[in-house]
Design a protein around this ligand. Structure first.
Ligand SMILES: [Zn+2]
Length: 343
């Protein structure tokens, strides 16, 4: 049903080194179907759980090779749950479904996590998968663990995955009496004079809306340290964040507030292969001028019951291949060309 012609070298015979699953914006709620804010995209609140079940059954059956893990790109339950006091019940239902998955899942946090829960609640919840952090290899020195939710892990030798916190700077999930809330609100209002802070109307930088967030300098310094280590050790790096950071791969209203700062760090390193994000629901892709592949995954919540929205990424010595299911297209992500040796 969802078989598509394989582009280019997707049909090659060599075995992948390993693989991993990706899924975004499940946004489950026990509600009748609805529409997005613009009223032009249908949202299948109940069916999203069945889409997740289908994805998990698929990953559990995959054998060449079985995925090493799944990356859940955030917005696991919908903000509506808070209104109906169903946040905990809905989260439990989705987490029970994830229990069926036979491999670890890494959870990213999006705006809908913060519509339902405080940061403290999330930190103590099953959505905190920092315990899966790579302990054995490297912990950059002189970098404090910070108040943000970010970590890195090594699912296969020489491949490092980094999970970023795109709501590190945000007015969501933060105690309104805290200095950090005041700082973030000031930053948001400096760029967004609208009464309704979720509105990008008239903004020269439309990403400065309340439903987005950004990366603190502390987190960016940590990212820089990890990427320096990966460069030194000739690793390949995959980065995961709820919010996208590359304008040409995304609707600009969906970008992280200070996406440029994140790009500056990433572009100063050789090791980054691709950057996976959710949040946009429509999906998107672009290879940037530094050879980093930006993939915005199609959201489960806006996926009709007769389709699907997830993927498996197969990792080869020279490239990664996203095999998309349903709405998610296939993508070939070649690694950057090695720098020529100079004698
Ligand atoms: Zn989101």
């Amino acid at each position: 049903m969802d078989e598509k012609p394989s582009p280019g070298t997707l049909s090659e015979s060599s075995e992948p080194l390993f693989s991993f699953g990706v899924i975004a914006d499940i946004q489950y709620a026990n509600l009748e179907d609805g529409y997005n804010y613009q009223g032009n995209r249908r949202r299948y609140y109940r069916h999203s759980l069945l889409h997740l079940q289908g994805a998990i059954e698929h990953w559990n059956k995959e054998s060449t090779p079985p995925p090493c893990c799944v990356l859940q790109l955030g917005d696991i339950i919908d903000g509506y749950n808070a209104q109906y006091k169903a946040s905990e019940r809905s989260l439990e239902l989705v987490m029970n479904t994830f229990q069926m998955l036979q491999v670890p899942v890494h959870h990213t946090w999006g705006n809908h996590e913060f519509y339902n829960f405080s940061r403290d609640y999330l930190t103590n919840s099953k959505l905190n998968t920092k315990f899966l952090e790579d302990q054995s290899v490297h912990r950059p020195e002189n970098v404090s663990s910070g108040s943000y939710y970010a970590y890195h892990f090594v699912p296969f030798p020489k491949f490092r995955f980094i999970l970023l916190d795109a709501y590190d700077l945000s007015v969501l999930g933060v105690d309104q009496s805290s200095p950090k809330y005041q700082q973030c609100l000031r930053m948001l209002k400096e760029h967004n004079p609208n009464m309704e802070l979720n509105s990008p109307q008239g903004l020269s930088e439309p990403q400065f809306v309340q439903f987005n967030g950004g990366f603190s300098q502390e987190q960016l310094n940590w990212l820089n340290e990890v990427l320096t280590f990966s460069d030194t050790n000739q690793e390949k790096v995959v980065i995961v964040s709820h919010l996208p950071i590359y304008p040409k791969a995304s609707d600009t209203v969906c970008l992280a507030w200070n996406y440029r700062d994140a790009l500056t760090v990433i572009w100063s390193h050789e090791c980054v292969v691709c950057f996976f994000a959710g949040h946009t629901h429509d999906g998107g892709y672009c290879k940037d001028p530094f050879g980093v592949h930006h993939v915005n995954l199609e959201g489960v919540i806006e996926t009709a019951p007769d389709s699907q929205a997830f993927g498996t990424v197969y990792v080869y010595p020279d490239k990664m291949m996203l095999k998309g299911r349903g709405r998610v297209p296939d993508r070939i992500m070649n690694y950057k060309k090695e720098k020529a040796f100079h004698f």
